[in-house]
Design a protein around this ligand. Sequence first.
Ligand code: ADP
Ligand code: MG
Length: 352
Amino acid sequence: MDTGSQIKLSQIVFDTPIDSIINKNKIPLKFQHCSFDNYIPNKDYPSQQEIKEKLMDFVRRLEEYNKKKCCRTFVERFVKNTKKPKGIYLDGGFGVGKTHLLSSIGNTYKGKSIFVSFSELMYLIAYFNLLPLVEKMSEFDVVLLDEFELDDPGDAMMGINFIREISKTDTIVVTTSNTTPVALGGRKFDIMVFKERIGKLVNYFDTYAIDGQDYRVTKTPKTEYDSSKKTLTDLYSEYQPKNRKKLYLTFDELINMMRSVHPVRYTNLNEHVDAIFIENLRQFTDDELLDALRFTYLIDILYYGAVDIYASTDIQLWHMFSDDLKDGKFKNKVMRCLSRVSEKGVFVNTKS
Ligand SMILES: Nc1ncnc2c1ncn2[C@@H]1O[C@H](COP(=O)(O)OP(=O)(O)O)[C@@H](O)[C@H]1O
Ligand SMILES: [Mg+2]
């Protein structure tokens, strides 16, 4: 077996200074190529072109604002009326290109931006506490906050508190909704719930609803089960290109890693690994809620980091979470995880 680019779990450094995670200030690998130029609006949905233009205009205004901010005194700014641009809430169905557009802002804007997912923000708040985190984040001109989650009132409130505090600084927040496939049709609902939850802060945002169909459906065929009858170890040793770094571990090893490492540090995996091979993936049962949530977050991280996912299992993908988990309080996270795993994953069925 080729051993060139095999990575062991023990080789992964999880305890890098946490500040470095924030300061990396990077658009996730999966979206690093995204720009306004390669966002192709669908003519059947005029809102796509309109919103693209609005966001490009936002970047211009943001650049203007920050240029003037550093060069003028307060009085001059006041007189010349350099208005701070409003934040943006971008609502839309699954796969219409919200994260693509959000990343295009970061990839186009010449000043300092930071990209965080809502789940990551929750873990960062838990790690740093709200105000110290706001202080760190206020070093950036714009926070690109992907997938604002409204389903859990506690988390939504934390997110809103974050926006309230950061809105007192010069930093602007652009955020997207997190509609998952099961919640389709609830799209208009998302924007209403957002406005209701955010209360007075609604004036801080311009809200745009983007229409369209899931772009992925036409572009990326889904692979659920590998039909070649190869084993997971076959796929592991044949993984190409050879210089890509691959990690092979059992499901139990994965669970132990997720328990022993703080989730804000999971992102270190993306630095070390291009593909992950999980042996004997099994179902998360009702009493494994914490492990299940950690797993959904891990998949988010791997998804953003464009890490390939391979797994052997004797269950259908749909049964990876028990029915209660799929229908419970964290339904959205679980469904998003299933959708991302089915988009990215290659599965070897060990049931013969
Ligand atoms: N109009 C578009 N033009 C080019 N690529 C697109 C477009 N819409 C979506 N994509 C691509 O499709 C994939 C899914 O888009 P994404 O931004 O993740 O959707 P959403 O965040 O709305 O669920 C991404 O790889 C993205 O780059
Ligand atoms: Mg998205």
